[in-house]
Write a protein that binds this ligand. Structure first.
Ligand code: ADP
Length: 493
């Protein structure tokens, strides 16, 4: 079934890549991979646990010194070869991404282009690491700062970006001279295993990058307990991120955490309503609302509220739900049946507290015989009359629902926007330059989009404040997260 979609069938790997070997779980256990648009199984992959993880860590430890000792130019060249191999496989990889995550092909291509840019950028950046020579306060000593790889890295990635969450961790880690054990989401392992296959073909030494699928807590625990894993790079829920941070304390590992968000999108009264509505749809309904930077709360000035809602509702009504493989489909399914159930509960809570459905608000009614009848779909939805006492004001929706709140002053908008434990991305639309600067400074978020929602780039730091995470990915700051600073003091005599 999956093979019929691939021109290079060797990219469908259903074993794990550990220390340069393709392996099954030692007890032969497997996990099922589902196509969320049909609910049907498309593949099985190994259900690895602690033993296989220890083997992967041992491989990464064995390769660490030789990999770190290679001139950065050589690491850069190998990363570039991986990049070339991955770029050559764009059509197959994007189809794998759509098959296992459900996102429309156009979104898979967007994620691919964004994600592959990280490999290219960090391949280049690998060569540009510089330390410092410091002016000494006295005659007898000189100080230098070296930047060295932190060591073996455990990377744990989610299903909503099966490709780019991997490249943005693995590329800077390898560029810095670290070796990596990667655990992708059990819901989207095929893309990750294809990346491992391409790394092998590109000539990356076995053990420099291992990819393990399986029992998340068992694999995570083995990473946390290892004294040799020196850093955990994680993207996922705040709940799991807290567990990992607590577990990492036992061996004082570094952690980079990209966790949940609760992005506000403020539409000020002077905003271009047409552009703002287009941006809300793009941000709120991207990947059917399943990204940590998706707009979760639209805050609209009361003076423009009704006009804005009319424009927004028309645009959301025009979205097309279906299989991500089908031409013209803009919205895929959610990742799982449980995700649809959770979304429904939050919508029911809002409706019980006075919200009103402007469009959507239910599961699509496919005919019983329809090929998508078993899929995990929910209609693109706009709710008006949303208020802070509703669950969706505080909790991530992670689905295609856009709640509209109303405000009457800049202060109120900023206060509502900041009234959350999260602090990842936020957005606002205005034409007033002073307001733009003032509001950007006051928003307690790691990333602010002003008249723009496409805020992700390999050159720009990505990450949150408050309970949205620690550390930054992408950019020179993302590379620094994989480097330790060593002070060398030279005595002169
Ligand atoms: P999401 O809600 O996006 O699925 P999760 O935090 O559950 O977020 O999952 C993100 C990643 O974390 C996935 O790869 C998942 O397998 C992994 N994960 C979940 N629980 C644990 C755990 N206890 N230890 C390590 N990794 C975990």
């Amino acid at each position: 079934d999956v093979l019929a979609h691939l021109s290079d069938t060797g990219l469908l790997r259903t074993q794990c890549y550990v220390g340069g070997q393709w392996i099954d779980a030692s007890d032969g256990a497997t996990l099922e991979v589902l196509d969320p648009s049909t609910g049907r199984s498309i593949a099985r992959v190994p259900r690895c646990g602690a033993n296989e993880t220890r083997a992967a860590i041992a491989g990464a430890v064995a390769q660490f010194e030789p990999w770190a000792a290679r001139p950065a130019k050589e690491r850069s060249a190998l990363l570039r070869r991986w990049y070339d191999a991955v770029v050559g496989a764009r059509d197959d990889i994007t189809r794998l991404m759509t098959l296992e995550s459900g996102k429309p092909l156009a979104e898979s291509r967007g994620e691919f282009d964004n994600g592959v840019a990280s490999i290219e950028w960090f391949a280049e950046e690998a060569k540009r690491t510089c330390g410092d020579v410091l002016e000494s306060p006295d005659r007898h000593r000189r100080f230098m700062v070296l930047k060295q790889p932190v060591g073996v890295v455990g990377a744990i990635t989610p299903w909503n970006f099966p490709f780019s969450m991997i490249t943005r961790k693995v590329s800077p880690a390898l560029a810095a001279g670290c070796t990596v054990v990667l655990k992708p989401s059990e819901l989207t392992p095929l893309t990750a295993l294809a990346l491992a296959e391409l790394a092998e073909r590109a000539g990356l030494p076995g053990g420099v990058l291992s990819v393990l699928t399986g029992d998340a807590p068992a694999i995570g625990d083995a990473m946390l307990k290892s004294e040799e894993v020196r850093k955990i790079g994680f993207t996922g829920s705040t709940a799991v991120g807290k567990q990992l941070a607590a577990g990492a304390a036992g061996t004082v590992k570094r952690v980079s955490l990209e966790l949940g968000g609760n992005a506000p999108f403020i539409v000020f009264e002077d905003a271009d309503l047409e552009k703002a509505a287009t941006a809300v749809v793009a941000s709120s309904h991207r990947n059917s609302g399943q990204t940590c930077i998706c707009t979760n709360r639209v805050l609209v000035h009361e003076r423009v509220h009704d006009a804005f809602v009319a424009t927004l509702t028309a645009k959301v009504s025009a979205l097309r739900l279906g299989s991500g493989l089908e031409q013209g489909v803009t919205q895929g399914p959610l990742i799982s049946a449980a995700a649809v159930d959770r979304l429904e509960e939050k919508v029911a809570d809002a409706l019980s507290k006075g919200a009103v459905v402007a469009v959507g608000g239910q599961r699509p009614k496919w005919d019983a015989g329809h090929s998508l009848a078993g899929g995990f779909f929910y209609e693109p939805t706009v709710l008006t009359g949303a208020r802070p006492d509703m669950r969706m004001f505080r909790e991530e929706l992670f689905g295609p629902v856009t709640p509209v709140y109303s405000f009457s002053s800049d202060d109120e908008a900023v206060q509502l926007a900041n009234d959350t434990q999260y602090g990842l991305a936020c957005y606002f639309y205005t034409k007033d330059l002073s307001r733009a600067w003032r509001v950007a400074e006051r928003l307690q978020y790691g990333m602010v989009g002003i008249n723009e929602v496409a805020i992700t780039s390999e050159v720009a730091p990505f990450g949150g404040v408050k309970q949205s995470g620690l550390g930054r990915e992408q950019s020179k700051y993302g590379l620094a997260e994989f480097q330790d600073i060593k002070t060398v003091c030279l005595g002169l005599y």
